[in-house]
Design a protein around this ligand. Structure first.
Ligand code: G
Ligand code: G
Ligand code: MN
Ligand code: NA
Length: 254
């Protein structure tokens, strides 16, 4: 596969870049942080979506180098933005379960944070519900070490996968991100709205905060705020932005 072969060199050739999509606190209306979203500028095929190349990177094992680059780049920007614009800014970074299965993952994360003099509180890691299906000693150990560093774990696309109640009890997570599909027809659709209210209540019962993803209109944001949801992310607030534009967004918000 051509893309898979090219992906091996993509990091070294500087073809990867990060966009950042901010999210706001529904309590204060202020920006709380931003999610890093990787993009690949392929010299021939143009912009390739992570939905297309992350699976290839996982298959070939390139995900480890790629994931480490995302951590370095995202944390470097976060350190700069916390210093210049917002001391409480949190960077949210998506990680593959394969990264969490690497016994040295937490050490690598700790070393990157230390390089930039950032506390663990500045970083949140987003994992998918597949975590519930894979439970290896390495994942357990990494999650424990990450938590000890003050790094929050968020379950991404919550509701679409396999996070069981018993799993959430065994591995406390700090945040649930409700998948966009559950929010698309809120508040006009009763079953969607009821489900969202239930997830917010469940998250809070588990001691987790809750984010609504894919928020595109003010009615959705109002519904979430009314029902105690903590954060909102989506085109209503901002599309994913290049680093320079996110910086301007933070400067304007200051
Ligand atoms: O931004 P976009 O809609 O193209 O993202 C598509 C998917 O790719 C999302 O599910 C997102 O979580 C995932 N993704 C984006 N950036 C990263 C990354 O750096 N690492 C991993 N593992 N997944 C990512
Ligand atoms: O799986 P994950 O939640 O990480 O995926 C994030 C993806 O969702 C990003 O690629 C981003 O472009 C997309 N996204 C974020 N907000 C919105 C939104 O409000 N509407 C739509 N249609 N897509 C969104
Ligand atoms: Mn995500
Ligand atoms: Na999502």
């Amino acid at each position: 596969n051509r893309l898979q072969a090219d992906l091996r060199q993509a990091v070294a050739r500087g073809e990867l870049l990060l966009n950042y999509q901010p999210y706001v606190s529904l309590k204060t209306g202020k920006i709380a942080g931003a999610e890093a979203l990787v993009r690949w500028q392929h010299p021939e095929f143009g912009l390739v979506s992570p939905a297309d190349f992350i699976p290839l990177a996982e298959e070939s094992g390139v995900i480890h180098a790629l994931g480490e680059w995302v951590l370095q780049e995202g944390i470097r920007h976060a350190a700069q933005w916390r210093e210049q614009y917002m001391a409480s800014f949190v960077i949210s970074i998506n990680v593959s379960l394969l990264q969490l299965e690497d016994a040295r993952f937490a050490e690598v994360v700790a070393a990157i944070l230390a390089t930039h003099h950032l506390p663990g509180e500045a970083l949140e890691l987003e994992v998918t519900e597949g975590l519930a299906l894979r439970n290896t000693p390495a994942i357990d150990s990494n999650l424990q070490q990450l938590r000890a560093l003050g790094i929050d774990i968020a379950i991404d696309d919550f509701g679409t996968g396999y996070a069981s109640f018993s799993y959430l009890r065994r591995f406390p997570v700090e945040k649930l991100k409700i998948d966009k599909q559950f929010l698309d027809h809120v508040p006009e659709n009763d079953s969607s709205s009821n489900l969202v209210r239930m997830i917010v209540a469940m998250g809070h019962t588990l001691g987790a905060s809750v984010t609504g993803e894919g928020i595109e209109n003010i009615q959705q944001a109002r519904f979430l705020a009314q029902h105690g949801c903590d954060y909102a992310q989506g085109y209503l607030i901002s599309r994913p932005l290049p680093a320079g534009a996110l910086e301007q967004f933070l400067a304007d918000a200051k």
